[in-house]
Design a protein around this ligand. Structure first.
Ligand code: ZN
Length: 186
């Protein structure tokens, strides 16, 4: 996506501030239901119903065991304590790093953070209006104090203004939105 790589140096720098760093990874089967290629005759970004949920159709991305699912090579990996994969079931998508889009299955991330005694989470990555937003909302609902580092995220903006609206929605849910330069050592 345009400017997606711009978040990497910011994310790399942020890692040094935190005691625990976790990564998430879209990890889709090749015939995932979120892919336009899995629905002949449908158009990219069209809305369909998938397992009873509204689903936007995306280009093929992040297919399991292919280079498309790899972390960007410039991303520092040595401080990442664990990688949580999402979107692994064919018939349901998972924008949030915590649950699938129907809240039917947990990825285990929330339970893992709670077991470690974590109260506060800081989020960055792609995309502001989908995966970051739904992760932030789910984390807030689980009782975490959630912070989103805005300049370490980028939006898809399928409709102009989607990312800005996502920021507002997160703020209304009690999420703190701040800039990387404002993140203090914690
Ligand atoms: Zn995906």
């Amino acid at each position: 996506m345009p400017e997606g790589d711009a978040v990497i140096p910011v994310a790399n720098k942020l890692q040094d501030i935190f005691s625990l760093v976790v990564a998430t990874q879209d990890w889709h089967p090749a015939d995932h239901g979120s892919f336009v290629a899995s629905h002949p005759g449908r158009k990219i970004f069209e809305q369909i119903e998938l397992s009873g949920l509204r689903q936007t159709l995306w280009p093929v991305h992040c297919v399991q065991n292919t280079p498309g699912a790899d972390f960007a090579p410039q991303l520092r990996r040595e401080r990442i304590a664990r990688v949580f994969q999402k979107g692994t079931a064919r018939d349901i998508d998972s924008y949030s790093a915590l649950f699938d889009n129907g809240h039917r299955r947990s990825t285990g991330l929330g339970e893992w953070l709670k077991a470690k005694g974590i109260d506060d989470v800081w989020l960055c990555g792609l995309t502001t209006d989908y995966c970051v937003k739904f992760t932030a909302l789910d984390a807030a609902a689980l009782g975490f104090k959630v912070h989103v580092v805005e300049d370490a995220c980028r939006g898809v903006n399928l409709k102009p203004g989607d990312a800005a609206r996502a920021i507002e929605e997160m703020r209304r849910a009690g999420v703190a939105v701040l800039k990387a330069a404002e993140v203090q050592r914690v």
